[in-house]
Design a protein around this ligand. Structure first.
Ligand code: GLY
Length: 415
């Protein structure tokens, strides 16, 4: 006897009904809900998200107040940066992989229906946050990746488009040239502008000033506009892991969360970070709370950050304690070796079902005067500074070769 998928669903549902009617005693073995399930209902809706979502939160909050769904409100926040060609860490204009191809990741959880969707390494589709939602709405799966995810998105009516903007293409070209002493990119020795490697006689700081100025000049040659040239150089020296997460709570205590990103700039094709991983980049259980992450994806996957945080809250920790504990697990994975830990960073956005929230981060920020910030709306829209676990600033990866601290701090350079 063979079963179609439809038969299987029908049979399973019937089986569940029989089990419920026929064996009520089994229910007694289900552990009682923990105390967090009884947490007081929120006084008002709350939205928490990464700083890049700020311009879109007010409208999303109004949508939520008008009775809009929590996941749809979260999508209204993250779709803004996905559509914005000038935000180069997510969606259209995201920085590409090492081959110059933009690959996007996203995942989401819908608290009211307890569903989850995810897509990884998707090319040519801008709004992967919405594709992640479509996965749970229109398939029996949770996660689709690569070409299959792209084909699914097209089948669902999402337009295929070129996500590599001219600006991101030029930054990628600049990155190729920065690495060109080890490959065949950039001007060869036959080029009249070719320069032999700088002699080592100069002190590090001076060598770096020369190198940065050369890169800035190359950015100008590539046609990058003057007031963005240093920002482009910074992106080349320190490939970003920028991402946007958004968690939402409404007055009924319903919650959803979503995370979307173009991932680590200049990554290997096919690399997925934490953003499409349910439990790492995002996790929502509306009995307890919702959490999400931006930062070093590989480190966050190893501690299942968002899930660990929600479970910590389930067992009684405050949002801040729950986030700090996840950060301490990252520190533990490196035996507190600060030399290594300086090359990573992580920010967690945490919202409990009663409306309590926190933003926590591994380091204070990337340099003095630039702390990690997050956005909150609980009736009043504002930025808040995230609470760091460690005092000091992250040193971005890769560390080759180390940029002198005085140059990193100097706002003329690399800001
Ligand atoms: N957290 C984003 C990434 O690592 O891809």
């Amino acid at each position: 006897m063979t079963f179609s998928r439809r038969d299987f669903v029908k049979t399973s549902v019937l089986g569940a009904v029989v089990a419920k009617v026929g064996a009520p005693a089994a229910l007694a073995e289900v552990p009682a809900q923990d105390h967090n399930a009884e947490t007081a209902a929120p006084k008002h809706p709350v939205i928490i998200c990464a700083h890049v979502g700020y311009p879109y939160v007010e409208a999303a909050y109004a949508f939520l107040k008008g009775g809009g769904d929590t996941l749809d409100a979260a999508i209204r926040v993250v779709k803004g940066p996905e559509d914005d060609p000038n935000v180069d860490t997510v969606g259209l204009g995201g920085l590409p992989n090492e081959e110059g191809v933009v690959e996007l990741d996203a995942c989401c959880m819908h608290g009211p229906t307890r569903r989850a969707g995810s897509v990884g390494a998707v090319r040519n589709i801008k709004n992967v946050s919405m594709v992640a939602k479509a996965v749970f709405e229109h398939t029996g799966h949770v996660m689709l990746v690569g070409e299959g995810a792209e084909r699914f998105a097209v089948a669902m009516g999402f337009p295929r488009e070129n996500l590599l903007t001219d600006r991101s293409r030029k930054i990628w070209l600049l990155w190729k040239e920065f690495n060109s002493d080890r490959d065949w990119w950039g001007p060869g020795m036959a080029d009249p502008h070719w320069l032999p490697p700088a002699p080592d006689a100069k002190p590090q700081a001076e060598l770096w000033r020369d190198r940065i100025e050369q890169l800035r000049q190359r950015a100008a040659d590539l046609g990058i506009e003057p007031d963005f040239q240093m920002a482009a150089v910074r992106r080349v020296l320190f490939p970003s892991t920028g991402t946007i997460h958004c968690s939402v709570l409404n007055e009924k205590g319903e919650m959803s969360g979503i995370t979307t990103t173009s991932g680590l700039a200049f990554k290997l094709p096919g690399r997925c970070g934490d953003s499409p991983v349910i439990g790492a980049g995002c996790y929502t259980d509306q009995d307890v709370g919702s959490a999400g992450a931006t930062g070093s994806g590989e480190e966050n996957i190893k501690v299942a950050g968002a899930h660990s945080i929600v479970e910590n809250m389930r067992h009684g920790m405050s949002p801040q304690e729950a986030g700090m504990d996840a950060l301490k697990r990252i520190v533990r994975n490196y035996n507190s070796d600060m030399t290594k830990l300086h090359y990573m960073d992580m920010t967690y956005y945490i919202l409990r079902k009663d409306g309590a929230y926190a933003g926590v981060c591994l380091w204070e920020g990337s340099s003095a005067g630039h702390p990690h910030r997050f956005v909150v709306h609980d009736g009043t829209l504002r930025y808040q500074v995230a609470t760091p676990l460690l005092k000091g600033f992250s040193q971005e990866w890769p560390p080759i070769p180390t940029v002198p601290e005085e140059l990193k701090k100097d706002s003329v350079y690399l800001k």
